[in-house]
Design a protein around this ligand. Structure first.
Ligand code: BGC
Length: 447
């Protein structure tokens, strides 16, 4: 029996600001990431996405590389401020043309284009108007979604509204390591709610414009208690609500988890009941990004969650300090099915940063830890599928080593190595491994 059905999407993922470079080319406007990375002291070594993987110029070669690897799908994001320099209103035809060329090149290579509308790079002009804090963002986003789907909807089978709303809120507005770098307990819930409203409006707009399938991408990190003490169990429950249920409960059940008010206290607003009708607009699929789990213990001094992560030294950890724990991927897929129903699922990101040298050695980059990571996680996906979970595709994060946000270029997540001095691409052993998995439709994973 073949575990991975015909039509299963074998992909890799990227995002616009992390790979494209040329952020202001051809009439594009700046994004919040352009501003953030150009503010001294906010990213490692003050690195920016000015050049990144130069994908804006090299996209055709990159598509050929994907074809050579045997990928059947590619998940990328559109830079909103390339297409609409002021975030709303006039469209910049030269910016849009880049995505038309990319989509056509992918289709020509037999690769399904899967488009994320928003992967963290809000037009700076909209940040000037309050960004995700301004309730109008839902309408700005709907107009942008409508424009993109009208332009590309006949060629794009899979659309997603937002990538990881939790990270936008937590990193961008609550704790501040990511653009726009705010640190506010009071802003965080407003941003979450506006993200969800924008998602809902975006789904309605994309569908009205003819999108074949539209969904949402969330990052899930299953939480495990460090012990069975009541304090650790409660800490686990709070962090699980904050990270794993804060967006999915409203989207699928029309309400926030009860723990949100407990976590945010006075900062948790009363939201209009009518908003939840919009937020729970049905979606066609859910995308799940999975990297690691969290083992949690009670920590009354760590506010507002009163919880902290307990490092797990018994397993391999990645360069970003994340425990390698594939069982939680199978578990979270089953949890989603059991809690939210039998909706088609895609693993829209999964991967790891491990140390790779800056330059290939004798034309090769050997990355045995990343190979092991992919083997174990692909087996976990297969296990969940054997238990009846409806997984329709898998996307490695990432196709290319790229700009890892405030961590800069030192953290390499690619299955293809990028030499940032020369832009030379070298498929790592993990790319060869993944190619073989695709070629054998999973048989090479072993049992
Ligand atoms: C994001 C990517 C990021 C990756 C690794 C995900 O949260 O969607 O943009 O590079 O994780 O940190």
């Amino acid at each position: 029996m073949n575990d991975f059905p015909d039509g299963f999407l074998w992909g890799a993922a990227t995002s616009a600001y992390q790979i494209e470079g040329s952020p202001l080319a051809d009439g594009a406007g700046p994004s919040i990431w352009h501003r953030f990375s150009h503010t001294p002291g906010l990213t490692a070594n003050n690195e920016t996405g000015d050049v990144a993987c130069d994908h804006y110029a090299r996209y055709a070669d990159d598509v050929r590389l994907m074809q050579a690897l045997g990928l059947t799908a590619y998940r990328f994001s559109v830079s909103w401020s390339r297409v609409m320099p002021s975030g709303t209103g006039a469209v910049n035809p030269r910016g849009l043309a880049f995505y038309e060329r990319l989509v056509d090149a992918l289709l020509g290579a037999g690769i399904q284009p899967c488009v994320t509308l928003y992967h963290w790079d809000l037009p700076a002009a909209l940040d000037d108007r309050g960004g995700w804090l301004n309730p109008d963002v839902a309408l700005w986003f709907a107009y942008y979604a409508d424009t993109l789907v009208l332009a590309l909807g006949d060629r794009v089978p899979l659309w997603t509204t937002l990538n990881e709303p939790w990270v936008v809120m937590d990193g961008g507005y609550h704790f501040g390591p990511l653009a726009p770098g705010h640190r506010s307990l009071f802003e965080a819930p407003l941003v979450s709610h506006n993200l969800l409203r924008a998602h809902g409006q975006g789904v309605l707009a994309a569908r009205a414009a003819g999108a074949r399938a539209i969904g949402l991408v969330v990052n899930l990190e299953p939480k495990y208690p460090a012990s069975d003490q009541p304090g650790d169990l409660a800490a686990t429950r709070r962090t699980d609500a904050y990270m794993n249920r804060q967006y999915l409960d409203p989207v699928f059940r029309g309400e926030y988890p009860a723990e949100m008010a407990e976590i945010f206290g006075d900062a948790w607003p009363r939201f209009a009941a009518a908003d939840f009708d919009l937020i729970r607009t049905p979606i066609d699929f859910l995308g799940i990004n999975y990297y690691t789990r969290g083992v949690m213990r009670d920590a009354p001094e760590v506010l507002p969650l009163r919880a902290e992560r307990v490092p797990q030294r018994q397993h391999i950890t990645t360069e970003t300090g994340w425990e390698v724990y594939p069982d939680a991927l199978a578990a979270v897929l089953e949890w989603v099915r059991d809690r939210y129903g039998d909706i088609p699922l895609y693993i829209t990101e999964n991967g790891a940063a491990f140390y790779d040298p800056p330059h290939a050695i004798d034309g090769a980059v050997e990355d045995p830890l990343r190979v092991a990571y992919y083997r174990w996680h692909l087996r976990a996906v297969r296990d969940a599928m054997r238990r009846g979970v409806d997984v329709r595709g898998y996307f490695a994060w990432s196709l290319l080593d790229n700009f890892e946000w405030s961590l800069g270029y030192a953290k390499r997540f690619g299955i293809v190595h990028v030499d940032f001095a020369t832009q030379l691409r070298t498929p790592k052993s993990s790319a060869r491994f993944y190619s073989e998995v695709i070629r054998t439709r999973g048989a090479s994973l072993g049992q």
